[in-house]
Design a binder for this molecule. Structure first.
Ligand code: AMP
Length: 179
């Protein structure tokens, strides 16, 4: 059972988007609801409130919106993880698996110092391919990834379990069945 039914109700589901068979969990309705947005940001980082967090890393693009708010809340810096070719300075890059094929993501090489404590944020974890790539990328530049936080978990796709197996504590606020 989900502990936060009001939060879950603020998310809109679009069937068959972007392709048949996918239930797209649209968080723009949560973001547009002042109470839900605040609650989601508060709840995402509740276990780490009061502990030392140096940086919050957000995955393009919905992870930027949530990650910026979370970083402000924790008085931490914000680090964008972007699709390749978007960041202007020296980057490190990693390939990661998507449902069909691969893509690449990047972070600025100097965005996180060795040993800095980082929380990763995105809106949703499905297969975990995207988040796994982000964790590996940050570890390459020496980050200590202390947690990964998502509003939505699709547990049947196994992403959260994959991250936990990499030694990353995972926090999600609600789960949906299926894809
Ligand atoms: P994955 O790498 O499989 O864990 O996919 C996670 C990324 O894809 C996140 O950035 C999500 O925003 C997006 N995503 C995957 N499945 C869905 C879905 N059913 N609804 C909304 N976004 C999704």
């Amino acid at each position: 059972m989900d502990a936060m039914p009001e939060l879950k109700a603020s998310i809109r589901t679009i069937p068959d988007y972007p392709k048949p068979g996918i239930m797209f969990r649209d968080i723009t309705t949560l973001l547009g609801d002042a109470r839900a947005f605040r609650r989601a940001v508060d709840e995402l980082v509740q276990p780490w409130a009061g502990s030392k967090v140096d940086k919050v890393a957000g995955i393009e693009a919905r992870g930027f919106i949530l990650g910026g708010a979370v970083a402000h809340q924790l008085s931490a810096g914000f680090v964008p993880i972007r699709k390749k070719g978007k960041l202007p300075h020296t980057t490190v890059r990693i390939a990661y698996s998507l449902e069909y094929g691969v893509d690449e993501m990047e972070v600025h090489a100097d965005a996180i110092g060795p040993g800095e404590r980082v929380i990763l944020i995105d809106d949703l974890i499905a297969t975990g391919g995207t988040a796994e790539g982000a964790v590996k990328l940050m570890r390459q530049i020496g980050a200590d990834v202390i947690a990964a936080c998502f509003i939505v978990d699709l547990p049947e796709l196994g992403g959260a379990a994959k991250l936990r197996a990499m030694g990353v504590p995972v926090r999600t606020l609600m789960a949906f069945d299926g894809h």
